[in-house]
Design a protein around this ligand. Structure first.
Ligand SMILES: *[C@@H]1O[C@H](CO)[C@@H](O)[C@H](O)[C@H]1NC(C)=O
Ligand SMILES: *[C@@H]1O[C@H](CO)[C@@H](O)[C@H](O)[C@H]1NC(C)=O
Ligand SMILES: *[C@@H]1O[C@H](CO)[C@@H](O)[C@H](O)[C@H]1NC(C)=O
Ligand SMILES: [Cu+2]
Length: 647
């Protein structure tokens, strides 16, 4: 079916929905009944859009209703979970790790519905915001939205927030194949449960790794997240206003987990379980949906990981004992089920804010066999200490190419299988430094001179640090700068040059941070984590584009912008331009730099931000304006608008 006929069908859809398919809380199947190509689609793995992707076969329109709601872990829908394990898998039961708390859900599931489609399918998601007061949004992480930049899901940038009690219909073509995910892009909602997988498959014959595995199943998607035992906002206000240091409480794997060791659940909770058959090779897909500073190492007892892809871009197959992922990253890897039929631990070890409580989690790799029943676990309890695995590790924490024993997500350690393109020309068109750290400044969110000034509140007791990019905190406007760009006075935009006179190293600077780049130029970003305040780690995500990772190095415990500029001018930053991997989310070693190249070919306003949820909420973000307003696609007629009002 051509894109044109989609457009026609979409134009008549809203009316149909109103007549035949009132929006339902449970997100039930909408049988629109027009053509076999238009299907309503629940989130079941066997949903019609999740199918074998074949070249030339008809594309589909995959329609979902996503209802946002405040909900509870272990609600009454869970009956006797975990005493009766089957009850934990009843409809609407969110078992999590067995600790009751308030959460936010889409369709009373966590993770929310898995969207699994073929490349080129049309995805339509009606987001019904049934929260009592908060607004909502969904970002489709990994989709560049080349033909629908207004569907990027970033409130105040590409659209208005979806207000409580209103519905917004997302509608885009799944152009970018790979392992992706969707998540709320507002406040701290991802941390409270608003996230889910988005898998876009290309026909198998286009897959460069097609002969390396036998199965690529939705049930082998692994979504991991760090987890808390109360609403995240509560933890963060305590962190910032009462100096109660933020510590993660657990890690969940596909929404499941257990408290191991001395924190154990009195009745053990079920963990995630991934079934395989001996003799086969499986493509697994891991998505890190974490929200705090919690890099997670994964390994599987007695198995190796053959990593083949990251963020939807193929890389040369690379074997590893363990793999570290950061918030927002995805990796695909192959597992050979070549061990004796048994159950094996899949181990997840958390670092940084997850290390404080020795947070870890486990799931089960289960070889199907007549003698192994579905509730069997590998023997023994687990401890944090046993979680790590020695040997080759991909994407290690705060390490770069300074040592040849590290395997980082930059060439030559990981190599793209995609051909040369313009991003690899020797001299980029535009080089931009983005330097950051945590700063002790009078951020009015935390301090209020003269009453409690940063200098007169006792040090150590009440230190609240502000993470900033080039000493600026991103300030969102009430008017979305993309969808209502005609109403914006661009003199409001700032960058480090325009705020120079404000002395932002000593004063708190907050403004709409927008960097303009020429359409179709090759942009090089040099990201620098100064690393003075304390040891941390920030994964960065660029919307609307993917990038090549051409360098990644740790310089020392700390490094200044000036030092990196000098290194660059002295030719000491070695860029590896031979097959550097493509990604859309990448880490930067603390006290070091990562160098990215992207081709600014997608006109629009695209946010670039740290993927730690609180950090972006505090303004650790900026926007790339790619091209001029006239180069950008118009928003659809009647696209929602918002702005301040003064009588
Ligand atoms: C839970 O931990 C306690 C204290 O360490 C221990 O006595 C008990 O056996 C553990 N229970 C389970 C089910 O592992
Ligand atoms: C910073 O803002 C000024 C004033 O609008 C503009 O001339 C300059 O090009 C901007 N710099 C960048 C890198 O966008
Ligand atoms: C910066 O790193 C050096 C070692 O490389 C260390 O001696 C120094 O204390 C660090 N400075 C700060 C402010 O952390
Ligand atoms: Cu951050």
């Amino acid at each position: 079916m051509s894109v044109k006929s989609y457009e026609f069908l979409l134009s008549i859809l809203p009316g149909l929905l109103a007549v035949h398919a009132p929006l339902s809380r449970s997100g039930q199947i909408k049988q629109i009944g027009y053509s076999n190509n238009i299907v309503g689609n629940e989130d079941l793995p066997q949903s019609p859009c999740s199918r074998k992707c074949v070249t030339g076969a008809p594309l589909m329109l995959c329609h979902y209703v996503f209802t946002f709601e405040s909900y509870e872990v272990l609600s009454k829908a869970c009956f006797d979970c975990p005493n009766n394990v089957e009850d934990c898998f009843r409809p609407d039961c969110v078992p999590a790790d067995g600790v009751k708390r308030s959460i936010l859900t889409v369709n009373r599931k966590m993770p929310g519905p898995l969207i699994s489609v073929c490349q080129g399918d049309k995805v339509v998601v009606d987001v019904v915001n049934d929260l009592s007061s908060e607004s909502a949004s969904i970002h489709w992480h990994g989709q560049k939205m080349r033909y629908s930049p207004y569907m990027d899901g970033v409130p105040h940038i590409t659209q208005c927030p979806i207000y409580a009690k209103s519905t917004f219909g997302y509608n885009f073509i799944a152009e970018d194949a790979g392992t992706h995910f969707w998540h709320s892009h507002i406040g701290l909602q991802r941390g409270d449960g608003i996230f889910g997988g988005l898998i876009v498959r290309a026909p198998r014959e286009k897959d460069l790794h097609r002969n390396r595995y036998d199965f690529d199943l939705d049930e082998h998607v692994i979504i991991i997240t760090d987890w808390d035992h109360s609403l995240v906002t509560q933890k963060y206000t305590a962190h910032y206003h009462n100096n109660i240091k933020y510590k993660s409480s657990n890690i969940l794997v596909n929404g499941l987990g257990r408290l191991f060791g001395e924190r154990n659940n009195s009745v053990p909770m079920p963990t995630a379980r991934f079934k395989v058959k001996k003799g086969n090779r499986y493509r697994f897909r891991i998505i890190n949906s974490g929200f705090a500073v919690c890099p997670i190492e994964m390994s599987i007892d007695k198995h190796i990981l053959k990593v083949i892809s990251s963020d939807g871009y193929d890389i040369k197959e690379t074997e590893a004992d363990s793999l570290v992922t950061y918030a927002g990253e995805r990796f695909d890897f192959i597992i050979d089920a070549n061990q004796p039929e048994n159950v094996y631990w899949i181990k997840f070890k958390g670092f940084m804010q997850c290390k404080s409580n020795n947070v870890f989690q486990a799931a089960v790799l289960h070889y199907e066999s007549d003698t192994i029943n579905s509730n069997v676990y590998p023997n023994g309890d687990l401890t944090y200490k046993e979680m790590g695995r020695s040997g080759k590790q991909i994407n290690p924490l705060n390490k770069g190419t300074e040592s040849s024993s590290n395997t980082v997500v930059a060439a030559p350690d990981l190599q793209s299988l995609l051909p040369w393109d313009e991003t690899l020309k020797e001299i980029p068109d535009f080089t931009y430094y983005i330097s950051y750290d945590f700063f002790l400044i009078n951020n009015p969110h935390f301090y209020k001179p003269p009453f409690y000034d940063v200098n007169n509140v006792k040090k150590k007791r009440m230190d609240s640090y502000t993470p900033q990019l080039n000493h600026i905190s991103m300030k969102l406007l009430s008017v979305p700068i993309f969808s209502q760009r005609d109403e914006i006075n661009e003199e409001l935009f700032c960058n480090e040059t325009t705020v120079k006179y404000q002395d932002c190293r000593n004063n708190f600077c907050s403004c709409p941070h927008v960097i303009q780049v020429k359409l179709n130029s090759v942009v090089e970003l040099i990201l620098i984590d100064n690393g003075f305040a304390f040891n941390s780690n920030h994964p960065f995500h660029l919307h609307g584009h993917a990038f090549r990772v051409v360098a990644m190095e740790r310089v020392g415990l700390n490094v200044t912008l000036e030092k990196v500029i000098q290194m660059n001018e002295n030719g000491q930053i070695r860029r590896n331009l031979k097959n550097p991997p493509w990604k859309d989310t990448v880490t930067v070693p603390d006290g070091g730099y990562t160098v990215l190249r992207f081709h600014a070919a997608n006109p629009g306003y695209w946010i670039f931000h740290c993927h730690i949820e609180l950090h972006v909420e505090l303004g650790m973000a900026l926007v790339f304006k790619v091209g001029e307003n006239k180069d950008m696609l118009p928003v659809p007629l009647n696209f929602p608008k918002c702005r301040n009002y003064f009588p």
